[in-house]
Write a protein that binds this ligand. Structure first.
Ligand code: S3P
Length: 447
């Protein structure tokens, strides 16, 4: 338990070094550890979630080490050669590690048990269990679909065609990873585009990934199994989901200018930035380039007085799925109403994010309404009051790093400071968050 408090501050300026992208870091370790030979990774996010992936891949037989030069190196065993781990794989708070690795090991004839913290143990795994059972894997899961969970992969993994019932890059990736060891071609059909790091990075590792656009605008993503991944190098760009916190902080402080360099910002990840522009924030994308197969840019955010409320297009949701907590903080300070719809997935993230955001904002004096899959926030054009001292002394974060960081950013504009009950989970995705935000001008302290 590590309570933190955030006090009001003035302008924010600087060029912070945003840590590596979490999704790309997980995949770099997993795919490097599936090649035979050495893969070198620079810019890896050294957050707890990613370290869980590294440890799990070691348990499955790969060698992974960090060199004194700061680079990570993986030495893999090859597709089809993963070994049964001697102990359960401990996944901490990380849903991405868990779901992707359930897919990977579920396509191999080995038995693997996954455990996690109380947040992860409450998250639904049915979404990966269902397609993997079709591929021949068998499961023993707590309450039918929760961790602790044991998966046993078949001797011969069946290639399937599967239409995703939820827009989820994790589920898409789990199936494609199982498909890597199947005989034949596995196809995932997604109606809404979700983040495509798996497809891009598998291609970069030499796998033939076919992507076909279907008549209704859906995509069919196919991999043919039992191809070898080729070792190589990955230079991980910075994480747009982490950069979202200083971006919103700058947008909320008039006179601020923050440059966020080297951010992975494809159209699968840019929804928050487009929405901030719709709300009136001055955001410039410069120095656009390709790094590790990903579109990357430097983003300059300038704060120019109150934002305005907007209706967020539900088609944009998958491209900003992790950014709704921080967007809600911006909406709470905006002039007018912000309507966010199509948010059912927020209920099953590291916490029930709709609920945690709504309860926390209400405690800070914000007027809002929440439904099963929507949130409407009525801003007044001024920051809300903040937490009244004494009453509701802490924002509850329910082991959710993004809830914790979002309310600390809100505390940088409210008259009353905002305290959160526990900042420990921030280390899962953004280990130097407090130091970096304070260097920009925030005032966040341990309570
Ligand atoms: C992720 C996909 C998203 C996102 C998560 C990371 C990934 O989850 O919320 O933080 O790396 O594939 P869903 O695909 O389940 O929405």
């Amino acid at each position: 338990m590590n309570a933190l408090i955030s006090h009001k501050t003035k302008i924010l300026t600087g060029r912070p070094r945003i840590p590596g992208d979490k999704s790309i870091s997980h995949r770099a370790l997993m795919f490097g550890a599936l090649t035979i030979g050495e893969t070198m990774i620079s810019g890896l996010l050294e957050g707890e979630d990613v370290l869980c992936t590294a440890q799990a891949m070691r348990g499955l037989g790969a060698k992974i080490e960090k060199s004194p030069d700061g680079l990570w190196r993986t030495y893999g065993v090859g597709i089809g050669n993963l070994q049964t781990p001697e102990t359960p794989l401990e996944m901490g708070n990380s849903g991405t590690s868990t779901r992707l690795l359930i897919g990977l090991v579920g396509g191999h004839p080995i038995k693997t048990t996954f455990t996690g913290d109380s947040s992860l143990s409450g998250r639904p795994m049915k979404r990966v269990i269902t397609p993997l059972e079709m591929m021949g894997a068998t499961f023993e899961a707590t309450d039918g679909d929760k961790l602790p969970l044991t998966v046993t992969g078949p001797e011969d993994t069946l290639a399937i065609e599967y239409r995703l019932p939820v827009a989820s890059a994790q589920v898409k990736s789990a199936i494609l990873l199982a498909g890597l060891n199947a005989r034949g071609t596995t196809t995932v059909i997604e109606e809404k585009p979700t983040r495509d790091h798996t497809e891009k990075m598998l291609s970069a590792f030499g796998i033939d990934v076919q992507i076909e656009t279907l008549e209704n605008g859906a995509s069919a993503i196919s991999v043919t199994g039992q191809q070898d991944l080729q070792p190589g190098a990955v230079d991980v760009p910075a994480d747009p989901s982490s950069a979202a916190f200083p971006a919103v902080a700058a947008a909320l402080h008039e006179g601020s200018e923050v440059t966020l360099a080297n951010i992975a910002i494809s159209d699968r990840r840019n929804g928050l930035y487009l929405t901030l522009q719709d709300m009136g924030t001055d955001i410039e994308f410069t120095n656009k380039r390709i790094q590790a197969g990903e579109e990357v840019a430097d983003i300059i955010v300038r704060g120019h007085g109150p934002l305005k409320g907007v209706d967020v297009d539900p088609a944009r949701v998958p491209s900003m799925i992790d950014e709704f907590p921080i967007l809600a903080m911006a909406a709470a300070c905006a002039d007018g109403t912000t309507k966010m719809t199509g948010l059912a997935e927020l209920r099953v993230k590291e916490s029930d994010r709709l609920l945690m955001v709504a309860e926390g904002l209400k405690a800070c004096g914000v007027n809002l309404e929440m439904g099963e899959d929507w949130l409407t926030i009525h801003g007044t054009g001024k920051p809300p009051r903040g937490l009244k001292p004494g009453a509701n002394a802490f924002i509850q974060t329910a082991l959710d790093h993004r809830i914790a960081m979002s309310f600390l950013i809100l505390g940088s504009v409210t008259d009353e400071p905002i305290s959160i009950d526990d900042g420990t989970p921030i280390a899962t995705s953004f280990p130097n968050f407090v130091k970096l935000m304070n260097e920009l001008g925030c005032d966040i302290k341990v309570l």
